[in-house]
Design a protein around this ligand. Sequence first.
Ligand SMILES: NC(=O)c1ccc[n+]([C@@H]2O[C@H](COP(=O)([O-])OP(=O)(O)OC[C@H]3O[C@@H](n4cnc5c(N)ncnc54)[C@H](OP(=O)(O)O)[C@@H]3O)[C@@H](O)[C@H]2O)c1
Length: 265
Amino acid sequence: MPFKLATDGQAWALITGATSGIGAQYARELAARGFHLLLHGRREAKLRVLAEQLRTGHGIQTEVLLADLATEAGISRVEQAAAGLSGLRILVNNAGYGEPGLFHERSLQSLTDMQRVHNDAVVRITRAGIGHMVTAGQGAVINIASIAAYLPGRGNVMYYATKAFLNAFSRSLATDLEGTGVVVQSLCPGFTHTEFHDPGRRAHFDKSTTPRWLWMEVEEVVRISLARLGHGKVIVIPGLVNRIFAWIGGHEWLYRFIMKRVRRK
Ligand SMILES: NC(=O)c1ccc[n+]([C@@H]2O[C@H](COP(=O)([O-])OP(=O)(O)OC[C@H]3O[C@@H](n4cnc5c(N)ncnc54)[C@H](OP(=O)(O)O)[C@@H]3O)[C@@H](O)[C@H]2O)c1
């Protein structure tokens, strides 16, 4: 049975990191298509406002799930919620953050925390919820990676490495799920206007130092993701500029050649 995004009024979507940015935009898009929403995050007040807006605006059911995915207890809470949600048809593994700093200067704890949020949580929540989709013969897992998956990342090693894992995980998972009606996507956005780089966030930087043409809006990123879901390609890179970056990053000699010249300027 080919994957269809339309719901019969019984289907649920679980979105991790739905409080803001890309996750919140998936929530708005999926609510508009009639999915009930289990919205995960940590900032309770903001998450509840979004849940209430979408519930009243679209006549859907919404629930809020608070958990820090850098902790065992947090992952376990979301895992249990996914396992108990028999109507689960779309899982968006989106929660994530950046944290600049040289690998050898960062604490081991901070490095492995990122691995938990970006990788361990994704594997465990997916494993907990996927059975419902396979049984129903329909569903989608969307993992939010990054074009960082294609690049060597000085000063943010674990971010680049954990995002690369998501691409590899998604491609192989898609092959395991062939013929089940469950599709997988690994979305690789480039610079996107969200709260990710805001002041006070760990990945904060001055956006005016990067050209405007590098940036995309969440609406466009999520629209592209949902439009390409189930159309054969697991890895989706929104935006031509991002696809070029990913292509260059896939050719180590070319990437080094370009970066040497950029750094000399
Ligand atoms: N923005 C970009 O330029 C960009 C580019 C490529 C990929 N991405 C990826 O896109 C995804 C979404 O990020 P965004 O840009 O939309 O940023 P955002 O607006 O900062 O949203 C990040 C979300 O992740 C949640 N989160 C972060 N750490 C968490 C933790 N330890 N436990 C639970 N939840 C956690 C946040 O929850 P709370 O706020 O409630 O704590 C928030 O809902 C991330 O995986 C990011 O790596 C972003």
